[in-house]
Design a protein around this ligand. Sequence first.
Ligand code: G1P
Length: 280
Amino acid sequence: MPTINKCLFPAAGYGTRFLPATKAMPKEMLPIVTKPLIQYGVEEALAAGITGMAIVTGRGKRAIEDHFDISYELEHQIAGSDKESLLSGTREIMKKCTFSYTRQIEMKGLGHAILIGEALVGHEPFAVILADDYCVTEGDAVLTQMVKLYEKYQCSIVAIEEVPQGETYRYGVIDGQLEEDNIYRVQNMVEKPAPEDAPSNLAIIGRYILTPDIFDIIRNTPPGKNGEMQITDALLAQAKQGKVIAYKFEGRRFDCGSVAGFIDATNYTFGKQTEQVGDK
Ligand code: G1P
């Protein structure tokens, strides 16, 4: 049975909602407290047993590559000081993971970004994390939950959550048949439908496991919503063959693509950290 060895991170977007912060800095490097969003994503993939990080970047994203690399000057500066412990998590990641990068030269949508990642992922099932969907859980991380599900279902899996009906226009929305608690066999999916057109209020959030046939499907799927290549449209072709599972995950998601969600995530995480320090 193929295991999931690679996690793709589409990270070429401009993050215009966060201007001016994102003028010269990738939005994926915005920190929740002291850790960049993308590092949370990488840690989640690693926790799920995935060590190959495949990152689709673009212009102005060099800081992501530098982040997962050694900074000799800095290391020298803090060697032997108590500051070293602040880098230990990042060092651990660098020891355990490999990083590969490619650039998305034109912004043609999430489906296009994933297709660009084909060069890094090859012909095997893979995970996708959209780092601005920041997820916290009590137990297994969301991707770990999904990898376990993949072992059973062996097909593409999307993470979903219920959203207020009035917000469906912000998400890919699914419709499906309940297979088990929290698990749906997807029958229909629509990218960013108006509330009155939405097939349900079950919205896709930024965690996917995709089987590699998705690449050919993306290539053959015409542009959809906003003239972009939509992963939702490509997944619909798999869903029509009964090959997409939607999973209502255990945990909480913060939409860090919006300023309000980002602030909520920051407050939540800082609260948790101070709680833990208080417990010690
Ligand atoms: C993308 C997907 C959408 C999904 C969302 C999750 O949209 O196209 O289907 O619901 O991510 O965050 P974006 O937020 O990039 O516009």
